[in-house]
Design a protein around this ligand. Structure first.
Ligand code: FAD
Ligand code: SF4
Length: 502
C-alpha cells in the first residue's frame, strides 16, 4: 500500500478537460494529459483492500491495487508490466471505458472511488513516453496460420495474443483502416486515432499482418478462408442497426447514427468519400448538422457521440430523446455496491449543450414537398409496472402528442446483431436467439475450426469486454491448434509471462 492515509488526505480528481468553448471548435481530445504528481496522488488513495472488489469489477481482471502501489512508488516500469499483463490496450480503456472497476471500488461505499481509469491512462502514456512499450517478438513460430476477421478491439486483442503464442496471424478488415468502432464510431474528441496507429506499429513489428479493404465473404470466400487457415476467429462486431420503422422514415435527413459518426471520423482523417452500412459510397460531408435542428433518438453512448459531433458542426439546436424513463440521479437501491449502478449519466458531449428528454416515443417523421425532413411527431409516455408480470409497461399520455422542429434525425437505438448474409451464412453458422454467433465457449457450435468473440458473439457491448473476449477466444484457438495453451486471458503469471509454445 502506497500511503496508508492517502484516502483520508486526498480528494478524487479526474483528468482536466479543455473548456467547452475551446473544444467545440475542434475534434481534438477533450481531456488534457495526466501529470505525474496527480497520478501519484490519485494512486495514494487506494487502500490495498484485503479483497479488492475493483479487480472483480473489471472484465479483464486488471490487478489494480498492485499497479496503484507501483505508481505511488513512481516505478512506471513495474506499473506498466502489471497493467499490460491483463490489458492489451490500456490506451483505449484509459480513455473511454465506463470503468466498472470504479463502480465496485471499496472506497466508493462512502467516498468517491479511486480514479482507476485515470491511473491506467497515466501508466500507459508514461510507458510510451519512456519507451517501455517495445515490440515483443515471439522467439518461436508454430507454423499454424490463423485468420482474424474484423479489426475492432476484440480482433486486435486476439491477434496480439495469438501472435505472442507463435502463430502467424492475419487480421482482415473490410474498412480502409484498422480499429473497428474505435476508429470509425467513437469520435476523435474522445479518442485520437493516432493512438490506434501507435499500437498498430508495435503489433506490426511483432509480426501481426494487417490486411485492410478486404471484405471477407466477398473478396475471400468462406471456403478459401477455411482452406487457407488452420483456424478462423470472427470478430466482426454487431453491425446491423435497430431501425425506427415509422411513417416518414424515407425523408431526407433521417440517418443511422453510424453514418454520421463514421463520416465525421473519416473527415477528420482527410478521407473524401465514405461508405454507408450497405456499402454504398457517397461524397464525405453530405451529412452536416450546421444550422440545423438535430434530434438524436436514443439515449446511449452512440447518441451522446452524435450530440457532441452535432455541437461541433454548429447545429442550431440539439435535442436527445429516449424511450425509457429518466434514471435516478444517484445509485439506485436495485443496484447496490459493488454492482454496476443504474443511474443518470452525463457525458462530456451533454455538458457541451443538449436538451435531454426521457419517456418519449417518436410517432412520425414529417417532411416537406421536396422530401426533406422538417419535424418529428412525438408523444410522452407513462411507464408503470404491470402488477401481474412485474414488467414495466408504457402507455401514451393522452393529449401530449406534439411536433418539434427537426431537420436531421439520428437513429441511435442500438444494434441488433452481426451481418448474417454473406460470410456467416456461407459458413453455415448457427445463431443464438438474438441473432449473434452461437458458440460453445468461443468455438462455433456448427464448425470446430471457426471461433467468435466480441460484439458479434455477446451482442453490442463495451471496448473492455471486446478486449476480454478477444483474449479468451485467443486462448481457445491456441488450445484447439496445439492441444494446450500458455496464454492467460486473465492475469496469473503477472511478470515475464510465458506465452509461446516451445
Ligand atoms: C458510436 C459508438 C460509441 C461507443 N462508445 C463506447 C465507449 O465510449 N466506451 C466503450 O467501452 N464502448 C463504446 N462503444 C462500444 C464499442 O465500440 C464496441 O463494443 C466495441 O468496439 C466492439 O468491438 P468488436 O471488436 O467486437 O467489434 P467492432 O469494433 O464493431 O469491429 C468489428 C470490425 O469488423 C469489421 N468487419 C465486419 N464484417 C467484416 C467482413 N465481412 N470482412 C472484414 N471485416 C469485417 C468491421 O468493419 C469492423 O471494423 C461504442 C459504440 C459505438 C457504436
Ligand atoms: S477496491 Fe478501490 S481502494 Fe480497494 S484495492 Fe481496489 S482500487 Fe484500491
Amino acid at each position: 500500500m502506497g500511503k496508508p492515509t492517502g484516502f483520508l488526505e486526498f480528494e478524487r480528481e479526474l483528468p482536466k478537460k479543455r473548456s467547452v468553448d475551446e473544444r467545440l471548435k475542434d475534434y481534438r481530445e477533450i481531456e488534457t494529459a495526466p501529470t505525474d504528481s496527480n497520478s501519484k496522488q490519485q494512486a495514494a488513495r487506494c487502500m490495498d483492500c484485503g479483497i479488492p472488489f475493483c479487480h472483480n469489477g473489471c472484465p479483464l481482471g486488471n490487478i489494480i491495487p498492485e499497479f496503484n502501489d507501483a505508481v505511488y512508488d513512481e516505478n512506471w516500469g513495474l506499473a506498466y508490466e502489471i497493467l499490460a499483463s491483463t490489458n492489451n490496450f490500456p490506451e483505449f480503456t484509459g480513455r473511454i471505458c465506463p470503468a466498472p472497476c470504479e463502480a465496485s471500488c471499496v472506497l466508493g461505499i462512502n467516498k468517491p472511488p479511486v480514479a482507476i481509469e485515470y491511473i491506467e491512462k497515466s501508466i500507459i502514456e508514461k510507458a510510451f513516453e519512456l519507451g517501455l512499450v517495445k515490440p515483443r517478438i515471439p522467439k518461436t513460430r508454430t507454423g499454424k496460420r490463423v485468420a482474424v476477421v474484423g479489426s475492432g478491439p476484440a480482433g486486435m486483442a486476439a491477434a496480439y495474443q495469438l501472435n505472442q503464442a507463435g502463430h502467424s496471424v492475419v487480421l482482415l478488415e473490410r474498412a480502409d483502416k484498422i480499429g473497428g468502432l474505435v476508429r470509425y464510431g467513437i469520435p476523435d474528441f474522445k479518442l485520437d486515432k493516432g493512438i490506434i496507429d501507435r499500437r498498430m506499429a508495435v503489433m506490426e513489428a511483432e509480426g501481426v499482418e494487417f490486411r485492410t479493404g478486404v471484405n471477407v465473404g466477398v473478396d475471400i470466400k468462406a471456403d478459401e478462408l477455411q482452406n487457407e487457415f488452420d483456424a478462423v476467429l470472427l470478430t466482426m462486431g454487431s453491425t446491423v442497426p435497430r431501425d425506427v420503422k415509422i411513417a416518414g422514415r424515407q425523408f431526407k435527413g433521417v440517418h443511422f447514427a453510424m453514418e454520421f459518426l463514421s463520416q465525421q471520423n473519416k473527415r477528420v482523417a482527410g478521407i473524401d468519400r465514405v461508405m454507408d452500412h450497405r456499402g454504398v459510397a457517397y461524397p464525405n460531408g453530405e451529412i452536416l448538422a450546421t444550422d440545423k435542428h438535430v434530434v438524436v433518438i436514443g439515449g446511449g453512448d452512440t447518441g451522446s457521440d452524435c450530440v457532441g459531433t452535432s455541437g461541433r458542426h454548429g447545429a442550431k439546436s440539439v435535442t436527445q430523446i429516449e424511450l425509457m424513463p429518466i434514471p435516478p440521479k444517484d445509485r439506485d437501491a436495485s443496484t447496490p455496491w459493488p454492482n454496476w449502478p443504474m443511474m443518470l449519466r452525463t457525458s462530456t458531449s451533454h455538458e457541451e449543450g443538449c436538451d435531454r428528454h426521457w419517456s418519449i416515443n417518436t410517432k412520425e417523421f414529417i417532411g416537406d414537398e421536396n422530401g426533406n425532413l422538417t419535424a418529428l411527431k412525438i408523444v410522452d409516455l407513462d411507464w408503470q409496472k404491470d402488477p401481474e408480470t412485474g414488467r414495466m409497461q408504457m402507455k401514451e399520455v393522452e393529449g401530449s402528442e406534439r411536433t418539434i422542429p427537426c431537420d436531421l434525425a439520428f437513429l441511435a437505438a442500438g444494434f441488433l446483431h452481426p451481418q448474417q448474409e454473406g460470410l456467416l451464412n456461407d459458413l453455415e453458422l448457427e445463431f443464438d436467439e438474438r441473432g449473434n454467433i452461437k458458440t460453445n465457449g468461443y468455438q462455433s457450435t456448427s464448425n470446430e475450426k471457426i471461433f467468435a468473440a466480441g460484439d458479434c458473439r455477446r451482442g453490442q457491448s463495451l471496448v473492455v469486454w471486446a478486449i476480454s473476449e478477444g483474449r479468451e477466444a485467443a486462448r481457445s484457438v491456441d488450445e484447439y491448434l496445439m492441444g494446450e495453451s500458455f496464454l492467460e486471458a486473465k492475469a496469473v503469471s503477472m511478470l515475464n509471462p510465458v506465452f509461446a509454445h516451445a
